[in-house]
Design a binder for this molecule. Structure first.
Ligand code: NAP
Length: 480
């Protein structure tokens, strides 16, 4: 199946931090792929901006090198050159006056203006202020801000306040790249475009939900940065909270940015407070690889793993816990949501109780959905049951090898140009998420306890298994 590509309107996209890691690894390769797909019009311009003094030719060479390094498919030289013709560069200092007048003169009237803040959050305010004071941003301009969006409720509020001084909420695109994943959007399609699941989507029929984001990498190389944050801030408050919202939310009245985000916000507000018995923190510890060594902090109490039991206090979900776990240096790299249904109330089969159905939504490494159903084991041996997967691998269904599926960043940048905020977090959502997370973090700081140790390459600390066993449940195995 070939997906339809609808070109966006002409735009000027300024990437602040164009010489940085995110621009090199994700933004520039993503734009290149959209250009290859025919979605970026001839009149589009991408303007790199950072302090580094260089001309447009040097930036083009830098961008081509980055695209070659980080693009999935090896690009041909002619395509790279044609794409690079859309690139420009202006040396700009976010906190000084260098470059701003030149940038103001470079922007064209009558085309969409978008500004990607791919810089440290400490610079967001300075850039927003200068965009406004130099008249570079107009009322239709969009700004894209990266995570982390604050480190607690207070700082998130302050950041929202700073941006709001210069931009309306409808102009602010807070990126959570999990929301750009094909499967995550498919979750909404599967729930709200089919009659099959929605009548069962409640505490009467769903036993529990497991959300897992497991990484094989540790924090070596960025340990001192990570040590200031930890798994709750880095993964739970944003990505996992968004996944939970999409599973738990009520059907929005329309697939419209505010309607969808209103429903997500209601879920976050309905989250019950978490007690110490419902959370397990872990740190990978071992002679060869050790979190505290990687973090360069021998006394660190920051969690590289966390598992939580979360309850949503509303009519639909009371009685169905959501178990969340995420960690570094685990057995396999995998992200999945597993919706585990209840077992049939009575088994008519003598030999075996049918296991519970499960809808497993895989986000990585291979995006897709599987519904596990019970059937009769083939053969003449009587009525024996076996559970088999009904598979829906998007890569197979939608392209020969999945290469024509845009990656999350590509899709989200195109949504910015189209002016569609559905897959971006609204300011009140981010604040509500921090309002729920803050007391968990505060309680941990006050308890002054140490995280449970777990072996690098394992499935996480033993205590995390006990969190499940206590409820007569078990985690799905972590495997790629
Ligand atoms: P980075 O590699 O350190 O790049 C920072 C960029 O900011 C560089 O281009 C730097 O260029 C520019 N910069 C620094 N000070 C500046 C100033 N005063 N004025 C103008 N430009 C300035 O950081 P990154 O990893 O790309 O991350 C960028 C943002 O994305 C951060 O908010 C980060 O939290 C977020 N993020 C990154 C990733 C990732 O995978 N890298 C993932 C998620 C979120 P010059 O030195 O030339 O000025």
């Amino acid at each position: 199946m070939v997906s339809r590509v609808i070109p966006v309107d002409e735009f000027d996209l300024v990437i602040f931090g164009a010489t940085g890691d995110l621009a090199h690894r994700k933004i520039l390769p993503g734009l290149f792929r959209r250009w290859l797909a025919g979605q970026i019009p001839e009149g589009a311009r991408i303007i790199g901006a950072a302090r580094t003094q260089q001309d447009a030719a040097a930036f083009r060479a830098e961008a081509i090198a980055a695209i070659k390094e980080y693009s999935g498919t090896p690009p041909d030289a002619a395509s790279l050159d044609s794409f690079a013709a859309h690139l420009d560069y202006i040396a700009v200092d976010a906190t000084g006056e260098t470059g701003w007048d030149t940038l103001a003169k470079t922007m064209r009237p009558g085309v969409i203006r978008a500004f990607y803040f791919s810089v440290a959050p400490a610079l967001f305010g300075a850039i927003a202020e200068r965009l406004a004071s130099h008249g570079i941003a107009d009322a239709d301009s969009r700004i894209v801000v990266e995570k982390p969006f604050g480190r607690d409720l207070e700082s998130a509020r302050a950041l929202n306040g700073t941006l709001a001084q210069h931009f309306a909420e409808g102009q602010i695109y807070r990126i959570d790249h999990y929301l750009g994943k094909e499967t995550v959007q498919n979750l909404m399609a599967v729930r709200f475009a089919n009659m099959l699941f929605e009548p069962l989507w409640n505490a009467q029929n769903i036993d529990h939900v497991q959300i897992t984001v497991a990484e094989t990498v540790g924090v070596a190389g960025r340990g001192s940065y990570y040590d200031q944050s930890g798994a709750i801030r880095d993964m739970v408050q944003n990505h996992m909270m968004q996944l939970l919202c999409l599973i738990a939310m009520e059907p929005p009245w329309h697939f419209d940015p505010d309607a969808v985000r209103d429903e997500k916000l209601k879920v976050i507000r309905a989250l019950a407070p978490i007690g110490p018995e419902d959370i397990v923190r872990g740190q990978y510890r071992g002679p060869a690889e050790d979190y505290r060594a990687d973090a360069e902090n021998p006394d660190s109490r920051t969690e590289s793993f966390v598992a939580l039991k979360v309850e949503i206090a509303n009519w639909r979900w009371t009685g169905t816990p959501f178990y969340l776990r995420t960690g570094k240096r685990l057995r396999a790299r995998t992200s999945e949501i597993a919706v585990i249904f209840k077992e049939p109330p009575h088994s008519i089969f003598d030999e075996s109780d049918p296991p519970a159905n499960a809808l497993v939504i895989k986000l990585q490494p291979n995006e897709g959905m599987t519904l596990r159903v019970n059937i009769k084991e083939p053969g003449p041996g009587g009525m024996r049951l076996v559970q088999v997967p009904l598979d829906m691998s998007f890569a197979e269904a939608l392209g020969p090898d999945g290469t024509d599926m845009p990656d999350a960043y590509e899709r989200l940048i195109m949504d910015v140009i189209r002016g569609n905020q559905t897959l971006f977090m609204r300011g009140d959502e981010v604040e509500a998420a921090w309002a729920w997370t803050d007391p968990i973090i505060r309680a941990w700081d006050e308890a002054a306890a140490s995280p449970e140790a777990y072996d690098p390459g394992s499935g996480g600390p033993e205590e995390a298994s006990r969190l499940m066993h206590r409820d007569n449940r078990r985690w799905r195995e972590i495997r790629a």
